[in-house]
Design a binder for this molecule. Structure first.
Ligand SMILES: Nc1ncnc2c1ncn2[C@@H]1O[C@H](COP(=O)(O)OP(=O)(O)O)[C@@H](O)[C@H]1O
Ligand SMILES: [Mg+2]
Length: 508
Protein backbone atom coordinates (compact mmCIF):
# COMPACT_ATOMS: atom_id res chain seq x y z
CA UNK A 1 0.00 0.00 0.00
CA UNK A 2 1.24 3.44 -0.82
CA UNK A 3 1.35 4.63 2.79
CA UNK A 4 3.42 1.81 4.17
CA UNK A 5 7.15 2.58 4.18
CA UNK A 6 8.09 -0.09 1.67
CA UNK A 7 8.58 -3.13 3.94
CA UNK A 8 11.46 -5.37 3.08
CA UNK A 9 12.06 -8.89 4.30
CA UNK A 10 12.79 -9.40 7.99
CA UNK A 11 12.36 -5.90 9.26
CA UNK A 12 13.13 -5.89 12.95
CA UNK A 13 10.13 -6.15 15.23
CA UNK A 14 9.68 -4.04 18.35
CA UNK A 15 9.88 -7.10 20.60
CA UNK A 16 13.07 -8.22 18.98
CA UNK A 17 14.59 -4.78 19.36
CA UNK A 18 13.58 -4.62 23.02
CA UNK A 19 15.16 -7.98 23.69
CA UNK A 20 18.31 -6.99 21.86
CA UNK A 21 18.66 -3.82 23.93
CA UNK A 22 18.12 -5.72 27.15
CA UNK A 23 20.67 -8.39 26.31
CA UNK A 24 23.13 -5.76 25.12
CA UNK A 25 22.84 -4.01 28.48
CA UNK A 26 24.53 -7.05 29.99
CA UNK A 27 21.97 -7.63 32.77
CA UNK A 28 22.03 -11.41 33.04
CA UNK A 29 18.58 -12.25 34.44
CA UNK A 30 15.39 -11.39 32.60
CA UNK A 31 11.79 -12.12 33.52
CA UNK A 32 9.32 -11.91 30.65
CA UNK A 33 5.66 -11.99 31.49
CA UNK A 34 3.63 -13.40 28.62
CA UNK A 35 1.26 -16.19 27.77
CA UNK A 36 3.21 -16.69 24.53
CA UNK A 37 5.96 -19.06 25.57
CA UNK A 38 6.55 -20.30 22.02
CA UNK A 39 7.04 -16.79 20.83
CA UNK A 40 9.62 -16.03 23.54
CA UNK A 41 11.38 -19.17 22.46
CA UNK A 42 11.44 -18.03 18.82
CA UNK A 43 12.62 -14.55 19.75
CA UNK A 44 15.39 -15.92 21.95
CA UNK A 45 16.55 -18.42 19.34
CA UNK A 46 16.69 -15.67 16.73
CA UNK A 47 18.42 -13.38 19.19
CA UNK A 48 20.96 -16.08 20.06
CA UNK A 49 21.73 -16.40 16.36
CA UNK A 50 21.86 -12.74 15.43
CA UNK A 51 22.43 -10.39 18.35
CA UNK A 52 26.02 -11.29 19.13
CA UNK A 53 29.31 -11.30 17.27
CA UNK A 54 29.19 -15.11 17.35
CA UNK A 55 25.94 -17.09 17.75
CA UNK A 56 25.11 -18.14 21.32
CA UNK A 57 23.83 -21.61 22.22
CA UNK A 58 20.15 -21.60 23.18
CA UNK A 59 19.13 -23.91 26.02
CA UNK A 60 15.63 -24.34 27.35
CA UNK A 61 14.31 -25.69 30.61
CA UNK A 62 10.93 -26.96 31.73
CA UNK A 63 9.77 -28.81 34.80
CA UNK A 64 8.96 -31.91 32.77
CA UNK A 65 12.08 -32.15 30.59
CA UNK A 66 14.72 -30.34 32.58
CA UNK A 67 17.41 -28.69 30.44
CA UNK A 68 17.45 -29.29 26.71
CA UNK A 69 20.59 -28.42 24.79
CA UNK A 70 20.79 -26.43 21.54
CA UNK A 71 20.42 -29.64 19.51
CA UNK A 72 17.19 -30.55 21.25
CA UNK A 73 18.78 -33.23 23.41
CA UNK A 74 17.97 -33.62 27.08
CA UNK A 75 20.80 -33.06 29.51
CA UNK A 76 22.36 -36.31 30.75
CA UNK A 77 21.96 -35.28 34.38
CA UNK A 78 18.49 -34.95 35.74
CA UNK A 79 17.88 -31.22 35.76
CA UNK A 80 14.13 -31.24 36.25
CA UNK A 81 14.82 -30.03 39.75
CA UNK A 82 15.07 -26.21 39.50
CA UNK A 83 17.98 -26.10 41.92
CA UNK A 84 19.91 -28.68 39.86
CA UNK A 85 19.23 -26.69 36.70
CA UNK A 86 20.60 -23.51 38.24
CA UNK A 87 23.67 -25.40 39.45
CA UNK A 88 24.24 -26.62 35.91
CA UNK A 89 24.00 -23.06 34.61
CA UNK A 90 26.36 -21.80 37.31
CA UNK A 91 28.99 -24.35 36.27
CA UNK A 92 28.44 -23.93 32.54
CA UNK A 93 31.45 -22.51 30.75
CA UNK A 94 31.05 -19.82 28.12
CA UNK A 95 28.25 -17.63 26.78
CA UNK A 96 24.70 -19.00 26.37
CA UNK A 97 21.03 -18.16 26.71
CA UNK A 98 18.99 -20.29 29.12
CA UNK A 99 15.25 -20.01 28.63
CA UNK A 100 13.48 -21.09 31.82
CA UNK A 101 9.84 -21.83 31.00
CA UNK A 102 7.32 -21.25 33.77
CA UNK A 103 10.09 -20.88 36.31
CA UNK A 104 7.94 -18.67 38.56
CA UNK A 105 6.84 -21.64 40.67
CA UNK A 106 10.41 -22.48 41.57
CA UNK A 107 10.91 -18.96 42.92
CA UNK A 108 8.83 -19.86 45.95
CA UNK A 109 11.83 -21.83 47.28
CA UNK A 110 14.36 -19.92 49.34
CA UNK A 111 17.28 -21.95 48.04
CA UNK A 112 16.35 -21.22 44.43
CA UNK A 113 16.07 -17.52 45.18
CA UNK A 114 19.50 -17.64 46.79
CA UNK A 115 20.94 -19.41 43.74
CA UNK A 116 19.49 -16.75 41.42
CA UNK A 117 21.39 -14.10 43.35
CA UNK A 118 24.60 -16.11 42.96
CA UNK A 119 23.92 -16.49 39.26
CA UNK A 120 23.51 -12.77 38.90
CA UNK A 121 27.08 -12.29 40.09
CA UNK A 122 28.43 -15.27 38.16
CA UNK A 123 26.83 -14.37 34.83
CA UNK A 124 27.19 -10.60 34.89
CA UNK A 125 29.15 -9.45 31.86
CA UNK A 126 29.73 -13.05 30.72
CA UNK A 127 27.14 -13.09 27.90
CA UNK A 128 25.45 -15.80 29.90
CA UNK A 129 21.74 -15.09 30.25
CA UNK A 130 18.91 -16.61 32.25
CA UNK A 131 15.53 -15.70 30.80
CA UNK A 132 12.45 -16.68 32.79
CA UNK A 133 9.14 -16.67 30.92
CA UNK A 134 5.83 -16.99 32.71
CA UNK A 135 2.20 -16.03 32.25
CA UNK A 136 2.16 -14.48 35.72
CA UNK A 137 4.40 -12.07 37.54
CA UNK A 138 6.01 -13.54 40.62
CA UNK A 139 9.29 -12.02 41.72
CA UNK A 140 10.33 -12.33 45.37
CA UNK A 141 11.38 -9.06 46.90
CA UNK A 142 14.98 -10.24 47.63
CA UNK A 143 15.79 -10.62 43.95
CA UNK A 144 13.66 -7.90 42.43
CA UNK A 145 16.74 -5.73 41.91
CA UNK A 146 18.66 -8.52 40.18
CA UNK A 147 15.95 -9.17 37.64
CA UNK A 148 14.92 -7.12 34.64
CA UNK A 149 11.17 -7.50 34.29
CA UNK A 150 9.27 -6.89 31.06
CA UNK A 151 5.82 -7.64 29.74
CA UNK A 152 5.84 -8.81 26.15
CA UNK A 153 3.58 -6.69 23.99
CA UNK A 154 1.60 -8.39 21.26
CA UNK A 155 3.54 -8.84 18.02
CA UNK A 156 3.81 -5.84 15.71
CA UNK A 157 3.55 -5.63 11.95
CA UNK A 158 7.07 -6.85 11.22
CA UNK A 159 6.90 -9.79 13.61
CA UNK A 160 3.58 -10.94 12.17
CA UNK A 161 4.80 -10.54 8.63
CA UNK A 162 7.87 -12.68 9.27
CA UNK A 163 5.65 -15.26 10.96
CA UNK A 164 3.22 -15.19 8.04
CA UNK A 165 6.07 -15.77 5.59
CA UNK A 166 7.16 -18.82 7.58
CA UNK A 167 3.62 -20.12 7.68
CA UNK A 168 3.37 -19.60 3.92
CA UNK A 169 6.44 -21.75 3.38
CA UNK A 170 4.96 -24.45 5.59
CA UNK A 171 1.63 -24.36 3.73
CA UNK A 172 3.37 -24.70 0.38
CA UNK A 173 5.50 -27.57 1.73
CA UNK A 174 2.26 -29.38 2.56
CA UNK A 175 0.96 -28.94 -0.97
CA UNK A 176 -1.13 -25.79 -0.50
CA UNK A 177 -0.85 -22.56 -2.48
CA UNK A 178 -0.10 -19.07 -1.20
CA UNK A 179 -0.17 -15.72 -2.94
CA UNK A 180 3.11 -14.30 -1.61
CA UNK A 181 3.09 -11.05 -3.54
CA UNK A 182 4.20 -8.20 -1.30
CA UNK A 183 0.84 -6.47 -1.52
CA UNK A 184 -1.11 -9.54 -0.46
CA UNK A 185 1.30 -10.26 2.38
CA UNK A 186 0.85 -6.70 3.64
CA UNK A 187 -2.94 -6.98 3.52
CA UNK A 188 -2.90 -10.29 5.33
CA UNK A 189 -0.44 -9.01 7.95
CA UNK A 190 -2.74 -6.05 8.59
CA UNK A 191 -5.66 -8.40 8.98
CA UNK A 192 -3.74 -10.39 11.59
CA UNK A 193 -2.45 -7.44 13.56
CA UNK A 194 -3.84 -7.40 17.07
CA UNK A 195 -3.47 -11.14 17.54
CA UNK A 196 -0.83 -13.16 19.34
CA UNK A 197 1.28 -15.42 17.12
CA UNK A 198 -0.65 -18.46 18.33
CA UNK A 199 -3.90 -16.78 17.42
CA UNK A 200 -2.54 -15.63 14.08
CA UNK A 201 -1.45 -19.21 13.37
CA UNK A 202 -4.91 -20.42 14.27
CA UNK A 203 -6.58 -17.86 12.01
CA UNK A 204 -4.30 -18.81 9.12
CA UNK A 205 -5.15 -22.50 9.59
CA UNK A 206 -8.84 -21.68 9.56
CA UNK A 207 -8.44 -19.70 6.36
CA UNK A 208 -6.49 -22.43 4.60
CA UNK A 209 -8.58 -25.33 5.89
CA UNK A 210 -11.42 -24.97 3.41
CA UNK A 211 -9.55 -24.15 0.21
CA UNK A 212 -5.89 -25.14 0.62
CA UNK A 213 -5.13 -21.61 -0.52
CA UNK A 214 -4.08 -18.41 1.22
CA UNK A 215 -4.49 -15.10 -0.62
CA UNK A 216 -6.62 -11.99 -0.95
CA UNK A 217 -9.81 -14.05 -0.80
CA UNK A 218 -8.77 -15.30 2.67
CA UNK A 219 -9.04 -11.79 4.11
CA UNK A 220 -12.68 -12.05 5.23
CA UNK A 221 -11.89 -15.23 7.19
CA UNK A 222 -8.83 -13.62 8.79
CA UNK A 223 -10.82 -10.53 9.76
CA UNK A 224 -13.62 -12.62 11.18
CA UNK A 225 -11.18 -14.68 13.26
CA UNK A 226 -9.65 -11.47 14.50
CA UNK A 227 -13.01 -10.06 15.44
CA UNK A 228 -13.74 -13.13 17.54
CA UNK A 229 -10.30 -13.28 19.13
CA UNK A 230 -9.80 -9.59 19.88
CA UNK A 231 -13.27 -9.29 21.33
CA UNK A 232 -12.37 -12.01 23.80
CA UNK A 233 -9.91 -9.62 25.48
CA UNK A 234 -12.97 -7.95 26.97
CA UNK A 235 -11.73 -4.36 26.83
CA UNK A 236 -11.13 -3.93 23.10
CA UNK A 237 -13.72 -4.63 20.47
CA UNK A 238 -13.13 -4.84 16.76
CA UNK A 239 -15.96 -3.02 14.99
CA UNK A 240 -16.73 -4.25 11.52
CA UNK A 241 -19.51 -1.73 10.85
CA UNK A 242 -18.04 0.18 7.93
CA UNK A 243 -20.59 3.02 7.90
CA UNK A 244 -19.69 5.41 5.08
CA UNK A 245 -19.37 9.15 5.54
CA UNK A 246 -22.32 9.64 3.14
CA UNK A 247 -24.59 7.99 5.72
CA UNK A 248 -23.93 10.79 8.19
CA UNK A 249 -26.50 13.54 7.74
CA UNK A 250 -25.49 17.16 8.34
CA UNK A 251 -22.39 17.84 10.44
CA UNK A 252 -20.82 19.45 7.37
CA UNK A 253 -18.03 21.23 9.22
CA UNK A 254 -16.84 18.08 10.90
CA UNK A 255 -17.11 16.01 7.72
CA UNK A 256 -15.08 18.55 5.75
CA UNK A 257 -12.46 18.63 8.49
CA UNK A 258 -12.24 14.83 8.47
CA UNK A 259 -11.79 14.65 4.72
CA UNK A 260 -8.91 17.11 4.99
CA UNK A 261 -7.31 15.18 7.86
CA UNK A 262 -7.63 12.03 5.83
CA UNK A 263 -5.16 13.43 3.29
CA UNK A 264 -2.65 14.28 5.99
CA UNK A 265 -3.10 10.96 7.73
CA UNK A 266 -2.45 9.01 4.56
CA UNK A 267 0.78 10.97 4.13
CA UNK A 268 1.85 10.27 7.71
CA UNK A 269 5.13 8.57 6.91
CA UNK A 270 6.38 11.34 4.70
CA UNK A 271 5.43 14.49 6.66
CA UNK A 272 6.59 16.01 9.94
CA UNK A 273 5.24 14.42 13.12
CA UNK A 274 3.44 17.61 14.18
CA UNK A 275 1.37 17.55 10.99
CA UNK A 276 0.10 13.99 11.39
CA UNK A 277 -3.45 14.09 12.78
CA UNK A 278 -3.57 12.64 16.31
CA UNK A 279 -7.24 12.55 16.94
CA UNK A 280 -10.58 14.18 17.45
CA UNK A 281 -12.88 14.58 20.43
CA UNK A 282 -16.57 14.57 19.55
CA UNK A 283 -18.97 15.64 22.24
CA UNK A 284 -22.59 16.45 22.35
CA UNK A 285 -26.17 15.46 22.70
CA UNK A 286 -26.96 11.76 22.79
CA UNK A 287 -28.32 10.25 19.57
CA UNK A 288 -27.00 12.94 17.23
CA UNK A 289 -24.46 10.83 15.39
CA UNK A 290 -21.25 10.81 17.42
CA UNK A 291 -20.80 7.05 17.29
CA UNK A 292 -21.92 6.98 13.68
CA UNK A 293 -19.34 9.64 12.77
CA UNK A 294 -16.52 7.66 14.34
CA UNK A 295 -17.45 4.61 12.26
CA UNK A 296 -17.44 6.88 9.22
CA UNK A 297 -13.96 8.17 10.14
CA UNK A 298 -12.60 4.63 10.05
CA UNK A 299 -14.00 3.86 6.64
CA UNK A 300 -13.01 7.29 5.34
CA UNK A 301 -9.41 6.75 6.55
CA UNK A 302 -9.57 3.16 5.22
CA UNK A 303 -8.57 1.79 8.61
CA UNK A 304 -9.95 -0.88 10.91
CA UNK A 305 -11.87 0.43 13.92
CA UNK A 306 -11.36 -0.69 17.51
CA UNK A 307 -13.49 0.43 20.39
CA UNK A 308 -12.09 0.62 23.90
CA UNK A 309 -14.85 -0.09 26.35
CA UNK A 310 -14.37 2.31 29.27
CA UNK A 311 -17.09 0.61 31.31
CA UNK A 312 -15.23 -2.69 31.05
CA UNK A 313 -11.93 -1.01 31.92
CA UNK A 314 -13.39 0.45 35.09
CA UNK A 315 -15.32 -2.68 36.00
CA UNK A 316 -12.26 -4.26 37.60
CA UNK A 317 -12.94 -7.48 35.67
CA UNK A 318 -9.69 -7.04 33.75
CA UNK A 319 -7.50 -6.17 36.69
CA UNK A 320 -6.67 -2.80 38.09
CA UNK A 321 -8.30 -0.17 35.81
CA UNK A 322 -5.11 1.83 35.36
CA UNK A 323 -3.28 -1.25 34.28
CA UNK A 324 -6.10 -2.48 32.05
CA UNK A 325 -6.29 0.92 30.38
CA UNK A 326 -2.54 1.13 29.76
CA UNK A 327 -2.54 -2.40 28.40
CA UNK A 328 -5.38 -1.61 26.01
CA UNK A 329 -3.51 1.47 24.76
CA UNK A 330 -0.32 -0.52 24.22
CA UNK A 331 -2.20 -3.27 22.45
CA UNK A 332 -3.62 -0.66 20.11
CA UNK A 333 -0.13 0.56 19.24
CA UNK A 334 0.74 -2.94 18.16
CA UNK A 335 -2.40 -3.08 16.03
CA UNK A 336 -1.69 0.24 14.27
CA UNK A 337 -2.54 1.52 11.71
CA UNK A 338 -6.06 1.83 13.05
CA UNK A 339 -8.67 4.18 14.41
CA UNK A 340 -9.02 3.69 18.15
CA UNK A 341 -12.29 4.80 19.61
CA UNK A 342 -12.71 5.71 23.24
CA UNK A 343 -16.46 5.61 23.44
CA UNK A 344 -18.15 7.68 26.13
CA UNK A 345 -14.80 8.45 27.60
CA UNK A 346 -16.40 10.26 30.52
CA UNK A 347 -17.71 6.88 31.73
CA UNK A 348 -14.52 6.56 33.70
CA UNK A 349 -15.34 9.68 35.58
CA UNK A 350 -18.81 8.74 36.66
CA UNK A 351 -18.18 5.13 37.56
CA UNK A 352 -14.72 5.06 39.14
CA UNK A 353 -14.49 4.91 42.89
CA UNK A 354 -11.36 6.89 43.62
CA UNK A 355 -10.76 10.22 41.98
CA UNK A 356 -7.00 9.69 42.24
CA UNK A 357 -7.28 6.74 39.91
CA UNK A 358 -9.37 8.67 37.37
CA UNK A 359 -6.90 11.51 37.44
CA UNK A 360 -4.03 9.14 36.78
CA UNK A 361 -5.85 7.43 33.94
CA UNK A 362 -6.63 10.73 32.23
CA UNK A 363 -3.08 11.97 32.76
CA UNK A 364 -1.80 8.75 31.23
CA UNK A 365 -4.22 9.09 28.33
CA UNK A 366 -3.16 12.63 27.49
CA UNK A 367 0.53 11.79 27.62
CA UNK A 368 -0.05 8.71 25.54
CA UNK A 369 -1.93 10.80 22.97
CA UNK A 370 1.23 12.86 22.46
CA UNK A 371 3.61 9.91 22.28
CA UNK A 372 1.65 7.20 20.53
CA UNK A 373 2.67 5.83 17.16
CA UNK A 374 1.74 7.82 14.06
CA UNK A 375 -0.51 5.13 12.66
CA UNK A 376 -3.15 5.51 15.35
CA UNK A 377 -5.92 8.03 15.00
CA UNK A 378 -7.81 8.53 18.24
CA UNK A 379 -11.52 9.27 18.18
CA UNK A 380 -13.03 9.97 21.57
CA UNK A 381 -16.71 10.57 22.14
CA UNK A 382 -18.45 12.02 25.17
CA UNK A 383 -22.02 12.76 26.17
CA UNK A 384 -21.52 14.33 29.58
CA UNK A 385 -18.83 16.70 28.48
CA UNK A 386 -19.07 18.84 31.59
CA UNK A 387 -17.49 15.92 33.45
CA UNK A 388 -14.35 15.92 31.34
CA UNK A 389 -11.21 17.40 32.86
CA UNK A 390 -10.34 20.79 31.36
CA UNK A 391 -6.93 19.66 30.10
CA UNK A 392 -8.64 17.15 27.87
CA UNK A 393 -10.33 19.88 25.87
CA UNK A 394 -7.41 22.29 25.84
CA UNK A 395 -6.02 22.94 22.39
CA UNK A 396 -3.20 20.73 21.29
CA UNK A 397 -4.35 17.54 22.96
CA UNK A 398 -6.78 16.63 20.26
CA UNK A 399 -6.46 18.23 16.85
CA UNK A 400 -10.02 19.41 17.17
CA UNK A 401 -12.90 19.24 19.64
CA UNK A 402 -16.30 19.17 17.96
CA UNK A 403 -19.67 19.79 19.46
CA UNK A 404 -22.49 17.84 17.86
CA UNK A 405 -25.78 19.58 18.55
CA UNK A 406 -29.39 18.66 17.81
CA UNK A 407 -29.61 18.80 14.00
CA UNK A 408 -30.84 21.93 12.21
CA UNK A 409 -33.82 21.95 9.84
CA UNK A 410 -31.97 20.93 6.66
CA UNK A 411 -29.90 18.42 8.57
CA UNK A 412 -32.97 16.62 9.86
CA UNK A 413 -34.39 16.42 6.37
CA UNK A 414 -31.09 15.01 5.15
CA UNK A 415 -31.09 12.46 7.97
CA UNK A 416 -34.68 11.41 7.20
CA UNK A 417 -33.71 11.01 3.55
CA UNK A 418 -30.68 8.91 4.41
CA UNK A 419 -32.78 6.55 6.51
CA UNK A 420 -35.54 6.32 3.92
CA UNK A 421 -32.97 5.40 1.28
CA UNK A 422 -31.40 2.84 3.56
CA UNK A 423 -34.79 1.13 3.72
CA UNK A 424 -35.17 1.11 0.00
CA UNK A 425 -37.45 4.13 -0.30
CA UNK A 426 -36.64 6.80 -2.88
CA UNK A 427 -37.26 10.11 -1.10
CA UNK A 428 -37.34 12.32 -4.24
CA UNK A 429 -40.75 13.90 -4.62
CA UNK A 430 -41.81 12.42 -1.30
CA UNK A 431 -42.22 15.85 0.29
CA UNK A 432 -40.09 15.08 3.31
CA UNK A 433 -39.59 18.86 3.74
CA UNK A 434 -43.08 18.94 5.20
CA UNK A 435 -41.60 17.20 8.25
CA UNK A 436 -39.42 20.21 9.10
CA UNK A 437 -41.72 21.78 11.66
CA UNK A 438 -42.86 18.56 13.29
CA UNK A 439 -39.32 17.37 13.87
CA UNK A 440 -37.92 20.51 15.53
CA UNK A 441 -35.65 19.55 18.40
CA UNK A 442 -35.33 15.93 17.32
CA UNK A 443 -32.09 14.03 17.43
CA UNK A 444 -30.81 12.01 14.47
CA UNK A 445 -31.74 8.83 16.32
CA UNK A 446 -35.32 10.10 16.67
CA UNK A 447 -35.50 10.87 12.95
CA UNK A 448 -34.37 7.31 12.29
CA UNK A 449 -36.88 5.91 14.76
CA UNK A 450 -39.69 7.79 12.99
CA UNK A 451 -38.70 6.31 9.61
CA UNK A 452 -38.46 2.81 11.08
CA UNK A 453 -41.89 3.04 12.72
CA UNK A 454 -43.52 4.39 9.56
CA UNK A 455 -41.92 1.71 7.39
CA UNK A 456 -43.00 -0.99 9.83
CA UNK A 457 -46.56 0.25 9.93
CA UNK A 458 -46.83 0.21 6.12
CA UNK A 459 -45.24 -3.26 5.96
CA UNK A 460 -47.71 -4.63 8.49
CA UNK A 461 -50.55 -3.27 6.38
CA UNK A 462 -48.87 -4.65 3.29
CA UNK A 463 -48.62 -1.40 1.35
CA UNK A 464 -46.12 1.23 0.22
CA UNK A 465 -45.11 3.79 2.81
CA UNK A 466 -46.37 7.36 2.31
CA UNK A 467 -45.61 10.76 3.75
CA UNK A 468 -48.82 10.37 5.76
CA UNK A 469 -47.23 7.48 7.66
CA UNK A 470 -44.26 9.64 8.52
CA UNK A 471 -46.39 12.56 9.63
CA UNK A 472 -48.60 10.37 11.76
CA UNK A 473 -45.69 8.59 13.41
CA UNK A 474 -43.98 11.90 14.06
CA UNK A 475 -46.93 12.96 16.21
CA UNK A 476 -46.16 10.13 18.64
CA UNK A 477 -42.50 10.90 19.16
CA UNK A 478 -41.58 12.90 22.22
CA UNK A 479 -38.05 14.14 21.69
CA UNK A 480 -35.32 13.92 24.24
CA UNK A 481 -34.68 17.63 23.95
CA UNK A 482 -38.13 18.18 25.44
CA UNK A 483 -38.09 15.47 28.14
CA UNK A 484 -34.55 16.32 29.17
CA UNK A 485 -34.57 19.97 28.26
CA UNK A 486 -32.48 21.15 31.17
CA UNK A 487 -29.72 18.68 30.58
CA UNK A 488 -29.59 19.36 26.86
CA UNK A 489 -29.54 23.12 27.44
CA UNK A 490 -26.78 22.68 29.96
CA UNK A 491 -24.63 20.65 27.57
CA UNK A 492 -25.19 23.24 24.85
CA UNK A 493 -24.27 26.28 26.85
CA UNK A 494 -21.25 24.47 28.24
CA UNK A 495 -19.97 23.43 24.85
CA UNK A 496 -20.64 26.64 23.00
CA UNK A 497 -17.45 28.39 24.13
CA UNK A 498 -15.29 25.33 24.39
CA UNK A 499 -15.75 23.37 21.18
CA UNK A 500 -16.11 23.94 17.46
CA UNK A 501 -19.65 23.41 16.14
CA UNK A 502 -19.79 20.33 13.93
CA UNK A 503 -22.54 21.92 11.80
CA UNK A 504 -22.65 25.10 9.78
CA UNK A 505 -24.37 28.15 11.22
CA UNK A 506 -26.30 28.57 14.41
CA UNK A 507 -29.99 28.84 13.78
CA UNK A 508 -31.59 26.88 16.55
N1 LIG B 1 -26.40 12.84 11.77
C1 LIG B 1 -26.95 11.64 11.56
N2 LIG B 1 -27.07 11.14 10.31
C2 LIG B 1 -27.62 9.95 10.07
N3 LIG B 1 -28.08 9.15 11.05
C3 LIG B 1 -27.98 9.56 12.32
C4 LIG B 1 -27.41 10.83 12.64
N4 LIG B 1 -27.43 10.98 13.99
C5 LIG B 1 -27.97 9.86 14.47
N5 LIG B 1 -28.32 9.00 13.50
C6 LIG B 1 -28.92 7.67 13.65
O1 LIG B 1 -29.10 7.41 15.02
C7 LIG B 1 -28.31 6.31 15.44
C8 LIG B 1 -27.71 6.59 16.81
O2 LIG B 1 -26.77 7.61 16.72
P1 LIG B 1 -25.35 7.55 17.41
O3 LIG B 1 -24.32 7.85 16.42
O4 LIG B 1 -25.20 6.26 18.13
O5 LIG B 1 -25.49 8.73 18.46
P2 LIG B 1 -24.52 9.18 19.64
O6 LIG B 1 -23.29 8.36 19.60
O7 LIG B 1 -24.27 10.63 19.37
O8 LIG B 1 -25.30 9.00 20.89
C9 LIG B 1 -27.25 6.15 14.37
O9 LIG B 1 -26.82 4.82 14.27
C10 LIG B 1 -27.98 6.62 13.13
O10 LIG B 1 -28.71 5.55 12.56
MG1 LIG C 1 -22.61 6.94 21.04
Amino acid sequence: MATQASPSMNLESKSSKLLKDLLASGRPILYIMTAEEQRVSRLLREGAQNFFAAPLPYWSWSLTDGLIDPNGIKSEHDTTNPRAALDFIANYQGPAIFHMKDFHDALHEAVVVRRIRDLYELCFGQSKFVVISSPIRFIPEEISRNIVYIELNIPDFNEIKTFLEEQATAIVAKGGTVDTSEETLIHMTRALQGLTLDEAGFAIHRAVAGTGHLGMDSLPVLFEEKRLLVNRSGTIQYIADGAKIETVGGLEVMKKWLLERRQLFLMRDSIGAELVPKGVLVMGVSGCGKSLSVKAVASCFELPLYRIDMTEIFSGRHGNPEWAFARACRTMEAIAPAVVWFDEIEMGITSAESSGEQGRIFAFFLTWMQEKVRGLFVAATANRIDLLPAEMIRKGRFDEVFFVDIPMDEERIEILNIHLKRRGIDPTGFGVERMTKLTKGWTGAECEQCVVSAVTRAKLENREMTLEDLLRTAGNIVPLSRTMKEQVDHIRSWARDRAAPASLGDHR
